[in-house]
Design a binder for this molecule. Sequence first.
Ligand SMILES: C[S@@+](CC[C@H](N)C(=O)[O-])C[C@H]1O[C@@H](n2cnc3c(N)ncnc32)[C@H](O)[C@@H]1O
Length: 391
Amino acid sequence: MSAENIEKFLSEIAKSLHEETFVKMTLGNYRGNDPYLQKILTRLIKTKKGVRLFFLYKYETRDTAKNYSKNKGIKIIRDFLGKDFFAGHLFTTKNNFQLDIGKKRRSRLNIGKPTFKAKPDLNHDRNKSRLIDPNSFYLKALGITTDSGEIRAKQQDKWKQINKFVETLNNLVKDSTLKEKKNLKIIDMGSGKGYLTFATYDFFKNIIGIDVELTGVDTKQQLIDLCNDIAKSSEFNNLKFVHGFIDDYKLQDIDVLIALHACNTATDDAIYKGIKAKAKLIVVAPCCHQEIRPQIKAPEMMKNILKHGIMLEREAESITDGLRSLLLEEQGYSTKIFEFISTEHTPKNNMIIGTLKEKEFDSQKISEQIQTIKDFYGIENQHLHKLLKSD
Ligand SMILES: C[S@@+](CC[C@H](N)C(=O)[O-])C[C@H]1O[C@@H](n2cnc3c(N)ncnc32)[C@H](O)[C@@H]1O
């Protein structure tokens, strides 16, 4: 048996799509020319163009995504089989099909009992009491939920974080001057794989029902491409991801700036951009505080406490975030710092919030407080302070 098994495998894909028993299909055992491509995962997605086949191309260090009509999808699979990919695994609610292609396109097709008894639900079961629907396509494409909308065991912490973030942001917007706005312009600095960016867009657009323009910025081109593919497939028309550095980004006219876990002083760059653009709300969750620790000269009265590395590290973290908060206050924001989510779920858990005040305030007094703290610890440089002073 050779090409016959490949044809049978392809016809089973077409049949399962026609009979609506298709669950998912993977192509593996890649032997093509791309040194990094490893496998392709396909599943169904419901879009305005109807039900389509979504392809996730898994590379060694990144993923890319595309969706196609069912016929085009089958054609692509046909072109790949026996040329680039030498194994296929089709899951339908009737059977599993395992295709293995050997030398000279000799192949074997094993047919087994189905792993999945039910086909994936492509409809969102959204209700107003739920912030994020685990059946959302972007959560499946980003690997947070399974095809049937279950939260993957390893993604439980991420899931909690996404929900907590959306809840927190919603409360902040409700308590701010933005509460009446019918359209929100949001920027996410250091958007990474976009979990929080997608959820934020989805929540404000589809649950709150306002217009949202959201841009994610990151230095990793591969993540930018993947997120743009998923945003397109999700038909999130005003969500886009752009490649770039936070400090280079030309930011104008923004309501909300978020920067979650942006590394080290990238958080300062983001806060600075938000202040300059007069963002009404600045929401950051800093990570890896590396700038201040080596500068601290322990004051005499603190020497016996800060001689312990862990205490110095915590002190440096507190001073860094405390200074960021004071610098926001100096620029006319009221601030809060709180634990965003318990350390059980993530070690990066401080959240700094700045809400632009409308009242007059005494910035001179705050500037003095900032300088007193820097002098007390012998701190010469704090990135946000330097940026603000250079204006
Ligand atoms: C730890 S990830 C966090 C991703 C996402 N915000 C989250 O919380 O899930 C940090 C991201 O910030 C990006 N990043 C770090 N420094 C940056 C800079 N200066 N400009 C743009 N992106 C930056 C990194 O590429 C990375 O994707």
